[in-house]
Design a protein around this ligand. Structure first.
Ligand code: G3I
Length: 353
């Protein structure tokens, strides 16, 4: 006779039922992962993949356990996918990431088609007429969306096009696209993306706009104009590269999301990290946890917000130290040994209904 059979007869039925109920309730209250918690709320939770799959088993395991959406940190950028010459695409790294995602039933965001940074040298150093640059951009967008049709559900079509100037009249960043094509390049890029993959969600992605302010207003007016002109923009990516100073700002995120939602746009939080001035200590980690928790709660509650992605997940791989001469870091939810930080627990709690 099996052990189970013995148990059924040695323990009174009400005790067994009570135990079962506790087990079920505990299970319902505590999802095993962020992925499970997000799924229960009908949302996406994700990360930017550093490198490619197959380099570090612990990294890959943690990623698929915790997340249901991935974005390539660099691999789909123009300069990475088409480095050598016009028309010479090397999809090996992004294809490996997409394959890994498909095997593990993880969705893929595409980042990014049009950006002032990380352009291939053959393009950024070239002298292009308006016509030539338009052709190159069209070709790039068509190539990427054709290659990933049905595999990438949402694209950052244009990234960081708004000027950082405090002058509310200076709307656009003066990069090579703007200089040669004029501000119309944004409409063109979205239309070209839509014509190639009408099913893809087309996103405008930006930093420094999540808590309102001059830059947010510029972005809002730009998107309002695009919607009025019938440009196929479906949503906004709020990057959210923030620091501990955001502690008293997080309550503004909900209103940002609602305002964009009223324009008929979905909102995806696309690159969240909360940088700490090094060295890191327990107090800073607790403040960081509170910020991650508040943002996760807002992302779950706000209808217009469909996804919450972080710019990585382990402090082992983060852009922060490299881009701050080692002054800032520790911005993600797992430490360098893949141990969950207080920020992880705060997120899980905030995402659990
Ligand atoms: O691939 C080369 C490698 O061959 C070379 O040996 C090495 C030497 O420095 O550089 C490597 O390229 C670096 C690349 O990251 C991959 O590690 C580039 O120099 C470096 O500039 C690049 O930085 C990326 C940065 O964007 C610039 O493109 C960061 O990893 C990436 O996290 C960051 O991501 C951006 C988002 O795309 C847009 N929003 C802001 C966010 C953070 O800056």
């Amino acid at each position: 006779m099996s052990k189970l059979f013995n148990i059924r007869f040695t323990w009174p039925v009400p005790v067994l039922l009570g135990g079962l109920l506790i087990a079920l309730t505990a299970n319902a209250a505590e999802p095993a992962s962020l992925r499970e918690a997000a799924q229960a709320r009908g949302k996406l939770v994700g990360f930017a993949m550093f490198g490619k799959p197959g380099l570090d088993a612990k990294y890959d395991e943690t990623a698929v356990r915790e997340f249901n959406v991935v974005v390539c940190e660099n691999a789909m950028k123009f300069g990475c996918v088409c480095p050598a010459a016009r028309g010479q695409y090397d999809f090996s790294v992004p294809d490996a990431i997409v394959g890994f995602a498909q095997t593990n039933k993880v969705k893929v965001r595409g980042h990014c088609l049009v950006w002032h940074f990380q352009q291939p040298n053959w393009f950024s150093r070239g002298e292009w007429s308006k016509h030539e640059m338009g052709d190159i951009l069209h070709e790039h967008i068509r190539t990427m969306l054709t290659h990933y049709k049905g595999k990438v559900f949402a694209w950052d079509v244009v990234n960081e096009a708004i000027s950082d100037s405090k002058d509310p009249h200076e709307i656009y960043r003066k990069d090579n696209y703007y200089d040669v094509l004029g501000p119309e390049y944004l409409d063109m890029a979205f239309r070209w993306a839509h014509e190639t993959d009408p099913q893809a969600r087309l996103i405008y992605n930006e930093y420094g706009t999540e808590f309102g302010g001059v830059k947010f207003e510029k972005m809002y007016q730009m998107l309002k104009g695009m919607k009025a002109r019938g440009v196929p923009v479906d949503g906004v990516g709020l990057q959210m590269h923030i620091g501990l100073g955001a502690k008293n700002q997080t309550q503004k995120l909900g209103s940002t999301i609602r305002k964009l939602g009223e324009l008929g746009l979905e909102v995806q939080i696309t690159e969240l990290d909360v940088a700490i001035d090094l060295p890191c200590d327990d107090k800073k980690l607790q403040t960081q946890a509170k910020i991650f928790g508040d943002i996760a709660a807002t992302a779950m509650e706000e209808k217009a917000c469909t996804a919450l992605l972080m710019w990585g997940f382990t402090d082992k791989h983060s852009w922060l130290p490299q881009f701050s001469n080692g002054k800032r870091g520790c911005g993600l939810i797992f430490d360098e040994q893949y141990r969950p930080k207080p920020a992880y627990s705060a997120m899980l709690k905030a995402m659990t209904k």
